[in-house]
Write a protein that binds this ligand. Structure first.
Ligand code: BJW
Length: 249
């Protein structure tokens, strides 16, 4: 394993352009649950994949809004971990670094990453479901409690319900973030894929695009994933333990 980490560090040190592609495992050591881990507590009776759909929101807005408000408050209280800080340090060491994240928290930004491409939106950018998709401004609810349903606020501008600013199944990804991610993947020397199961598309194409274009793909994940097949090096470990060893000093 030490040899593989050294080999990965050498690839990164020699690169002019690096893409860091992150998923929920990146924030796991900050206490943010991964998407496909078992949910704990009262939410355990809900299937996360079934809550992350427009259909679920239309059928039961209070259930879905309550779940997202609970997650938003957890994300707000979380702190970046050593992995997020290593990614920001890598950006400083290799100027041609692009961070592409599927995560809806803001831990990359808070660790110092300049402008990560958020492919699946953000917990901190709610908007209304009206035709204007107005950004929503509303006072924070009292501390949301796990398992508590909560009525979404109404838009000040048009009165429509406010929804989380994330990308649900069946919805298009933000066009510019996806375009920039695909372009960076197609032209990088090295792509680091960190803490993602690699099963949700089109985001899961990003490491595959880099591999097809001839980049070295380095995966950081304690468990095997379908991305093993396209990875030049598979580093079996966590984001916070492995990533600091990959930053050029
Ligand atoms: C650690 C660790 C540690 C643990 N350190 N690692 C092609 C084929 C098949 C299906 C499709 C396809 N193209 C599209 C689809 C449909 C669908 C899809 O992909 N379905 C599959 C599940 C089958 N995709 C969509 O619907 C997308 N939209 C779309 O295609 O639109 C088309 C369209 C075009 C034009 C107009 C209209 C429509 C949208 C996908 C949106 C995904 N949204 C979610 C929810 C976001 C909001 C929220 O958070 O609630 O995004 S789903 C969820 O999965 C979330 C995540 O970003 C995403 C990926 O999950 P991630 O990050 O990989 O997390 P996990 O939990 O799966 O994995 C964690 C990993 O970390 C594990 O491997 C652990 O081992 C590891 N780990 N601890 C490092 N400490």
């Amino acid at each position: 394993m030490t040899g593989a980490i050294e080999a990965a560090a050498a690839l990164v040190a020699g690169a002019h352009s690096v893409v860091v592609f992150t998923g929920a495992g990146m924030s796991a050591e900050s206490g943010v649950p991964t998407f496909r881990d078992d949910l704990t507590g009262l939410w355990a009776r809900f299937d996360a994949e079934r809550l992350a759909t427009p259909e679920a929101f239309h059928a039961d807005p209070d259930l879905v809004w309550g779940w997202y408000e609970w997650r938003r408050s957890r994300a707000r209280r979380a702190e970046p971990n050593a992995g997020h800080r290593a990614v920001a340090a890598l950006e400083a060491a290799v100027p041609g670094t692009t961070v592409v994240t599927q995560n809806v928290d803001d831990l990359h930004e808070r660790a110092g990453s300049a402008a990560p491409n958020h492919l699946h939106g953000s917990l901190f950018a709610p908007r209304c479901i009206g035709a204007g998709a107005h950004p929503a401004v509303f006072p924070d609810a009292e501390e949301p409690q796990e398992g508590r349903r909560l009525a979404p606020p109404r838009c000040d501008a048009c009165g429509a319900l406010v929804r989380p600013g994330v990308v649900w199944f069946g919805e298009a990804l933000p066009e510019e973030a996806l375009r920039a991610a695909v372009a960076a993947a197609a032209s990088c020397d090295v792509l680091l894929t960190v803490g993602t199961s690699g099963v949700v598309y089109p985001a899961a194409e990003i490491p595959r695009i880099a591999a097809r274009a001839g980049a070295a793909v380095v995966q950081v994940n304690p468990d095997p994933t379908p991305l093993d097949a396209v990875s030049t090096l598979n580093l079996r470990g966590t984001a916070a333990t492995i990533l600091p060893a990959l930053v050029p000093v």
